[in-house]
Design a protein around this ligand. Sequence first.
Ligand code: FAD
Ligand code: DHB
Length: 391
Amino acid sequence: MNVRTQVAIVGAGPAGLTLAHLLRLRGIDSVVIENRSREYVEHRIRAGVLEHGTVQLLTEAGLADRLHREGMVHEGVELLFDNEGHRIDFAALTGKSITVYGQHEVVKDLIAAHEGPLHFEVSDVHVNPSSAVVEFVHNRQKQLLQADFIAGCDGFHGVCRPAIADQLTVYEREYPFAWLGILAEAPPSSHELIYAYSPRGFALHSMRSPTVTRNYLQVRPDENLDEWPDERIWSELRLRLDRDDPAWHLADGPIIEKSITPLRSFVADPMRYGRLFLAGDAAHIVPATGAKGLNLAVADVIILADGLTEWYSSGDEQLLDAYSSACLRRVWRVQHFSWWMTTMLHLDPSGDPYARQLQLSQLRYVTSSAAAATSLAENYVGLPLHRQEAS
Ligand code: FAD
Ligand code: DHB
């Protein structure tokens, strides 16, 4: 079967679905294809922190009614080290806040609002960056989708980036640790997120609702979930999140999801070849410590939607030609921030005592100097989006 559309979007994650929505608002047709089921993408537990600008974009696009009802607005985070908590006050330092709302909830909202073809459970996807043809199988039928452009929003393990691999320069860093993440039926023990630097390794206390918490532990990248029965996870979290405050108590409860994610930095440059544009995790990955992956995916597609809109309305290719460099400016700022947060907060497994003293010095500085705290805060809440960019 042959089908024609303006933009073929590969991947129904935050990048692909947001792009489809922005294009529809501007009268541009798209077809979205996704290799997983709807059920799977709506329940895939991942990130949870939305930058100020991401919330603004989703609000303006009419996608944020539930987000504003159920999302938790946070005006700061806590950095915990030497058993003492130090608050970074985003509202006072930047006038902005972040919203804690699960990525899978964003995906559910985007799918509910989606209009137009969105095919789940496709297979055998092939993209041609020169002809903008996408081939795939859906309901056992081979389909040929002829588009003007392809948006490769298919994540780190997708097929779009490999299709142009010989055109790309890749920048990469692997870290000697991973995150064990849990979702638990336990009320949050703090009003705000706690990023903890402990001699036993990094821990993060986050949340999803007044009854559900999300917690992370630094583990070795080769560690297996079998080595982490629930009681060991809670006892390690209690040790790493401990503080000199007799009133402090980490509430626990049944663990409903558990996974181990490696930490990685990755950038593919350029983010376009021919008529194929890469966006989100398909083009870049950041270690999760800065809570940036989803936000960066949204920042890319805002720029892509603007470029495509200009092309369709006036035939002008200037913005599309500038797509890659405009995205990469922000991508590198976020790469640096995420690397910096990761390096400051994780224990180097080699146990280098010099490195530990540097980390502690940096933590003391960032929690005592208004200049240093403001730098962390403005990056965390998110630098202004495209074209007012301050980097
Ligand atoms: P994705 O969300 O990966 O979406 C890509 C979509 O493409 C997927 O639905 C995938 O199924 C689909 N796809 C793949 N191949 C094909 C194909 N061949 N054809 C069609 N569709 C295809 N960030 C944080 O800030 N904090 C976190 O705690 C955090 N945890 C994470 C945990 C995991 C396991 C992972 C993988 C990422 C995590 N991230 C986290 C990063 C964040 O979730 C991503 O940056 C974000 O999902 C990027 O959105 P995206 O739309 O670019 O990619
Ligand atoms: C969450 C994830 C992050 O990567 C982070 O830095 C903060 C919070 C979360 O899932 O809630």
